[in-house]
Design a protein around this ligand. Sequence first.
Ligand code: SAM
Length: 282
Amino acid sequence: MDLYDYNTVKRILGKHGFTFSKALGQNFLINPGVCPKMAESLSADKSTGVLEIGPGIGVLTKELCKTAGRVVSLELDKRLIPVLDETLEEFENIEIINADVMKTDLNVLINEKFKNCASVKVCANLPYYITSPVIMTLLESRLPIDEIVVMVQKEAGERLCAQVGSRLAGAVTAAVNYYADSEILFDVSRDSFMPSPKVDSVVIRLKIRKEQRFKIKDEKKFFTVVKCAFSQRRKTALNSISNTMGISKDRVSAVFDELGLDLNIRAEKLKMEDFINISEKI
Ligand code: SAM
């Protein structure tokens, strides 16, 4: 069954009475070049377990099933389960679970489903409305995974993979930098999807670091400072931190002075070391 063929996809979806839900970010890939390239980027083999989020009608899932030992896909939309049963019937190494990724304990799931796998990776064409929360959950939950290859909106991908201290950086950039090495792998144009979204996408890779590159005494405080510093992007980092953390301007200024930081600096100019130092002194 050719899931890249527009008419085949229309026929299967029509047979199951399926209509696209914008709210669930349902833009299905129909460009035949993309999924094989994503699966190849993941460098999985038969000892690898892959967790997929949002299989849709299974176009990427198929490619993952060909290369990985075991694939578990979480799909929130129950209307897609009978479609997936049909499109993936030739594979024995797939398990589809009708669940919301944001409400699933991924540590429990991975330990249960992939216990015989040498490594576990995550691969997905992520629903756009939950890109950052999903990535943050994957990173912060300290899952036993070593790599994440996901498709995200181009702008989100550029932010996720930016350098901390550059114009594109945001709070999520610092979080990614803390846990992983990130890179943009390739672009995917909006006409690769059915229906076509309003923006282009990119595929990114996050390689989870085994050894922490940054030593942070109080992670919670560090992430609070980062989030607060970026929460009011038009203001100086000093004002944002002071306003949103409820700490007096004098106190924050004293910390900036002690660290030799310009009092007018904006969050996007601060480096990882600066955020770490601020969070330790504040
Ligand atoms: N992987 C397919 C593809 O590339 O064609 C579909 C990708 S589509 C962008 C996103 C998929 O995620 C949809 O199938 C949607 O129903 C599913 N989805 C949306 N929210 C979800 C959630 N919270 N948990 C699990 N799946 C979700």
